[in-house]
Design a protein around this ligand. Structure first.
Ligand SMILES: CC(C)(COP(=O)(O)OP(=O)(O)OC[C@H]1O[C@@H](n2cnc3c(N)ncnc32)[C@H](O)[C@@H]1OP(=O)(O)O)[C@@H](O)C(=O)NCCC(=O)NCCS
Length: 116
């Protein structure tokens, strides 16, 4: 069940979707990742049954092993902002240890995403 007794989607469910969406975006850019950190998330507008939401992501920073992605959750029908956050993912190997993002990949992402 995604809805609480008041009919609003659980905030934790939206956090899980942010984790999932951000991980997929980061994976497509740099390969396997884990979530290291997520910023404060403020829910100012409720999401209810039949609402459709978009999660829009943009790369904010690329480090030696990490990538930071800003995500906006938007209600499609009304264009209202549900919440926004920044999540940091770390590139890992098959054992779960951090590994550097290859330099050429880092440079390509910076160029494509306008990150300095
Ligand atoms: C992610 C993980 C592999 C990183 O390993 P680590 O040895 O702790 O790595 P480091 O402390 O060297 O930091 C790795 C990167 O995170 C950044 N970082 C570390 N602590 C940070 C903090 N408090 N705030 C922001 N960035 C931070 C570092 O700057 C570094 O980025 P960079 O290489 O791009 O500069 C490890 O902490 C881990 O496995 N965490 C659990 C992840 C997980 O399971 N998440 C799902 C929820 S349980």
């Amino acid at each position: 069940m995604d809805l609480g007794v008041n009919g609003n989607v659980f905030g934790g469910r939206i956090l899980a979707w942010l984790d999932e969406a951000g991980s997929i975006y980061a994976f497509k850019l740099i390969g396997p990742v884990v979530l290291l950190k997520i910023s404060e998330v403020l829910f100012k507008t409720p999401v209810r049954e039949r609402d459709i939401i978009d999660i829009l992501g943009a790369v904010k920073d690329v480090g030696m092993t990490s990538i930071s992605i800003e995500m906006d959750v938007i209600k499609v029908q009304t264009k209202e902002m549900i919440c926004t956050c920044e999540a940091k993912f770390v590139h890992i190997d098959e054992k779960g240890n951090k590994v550097p993002i290859p330099e050429e990949r880092r440079e390509m992402i910076k160029k494509q995403c306008g990150v300095s």
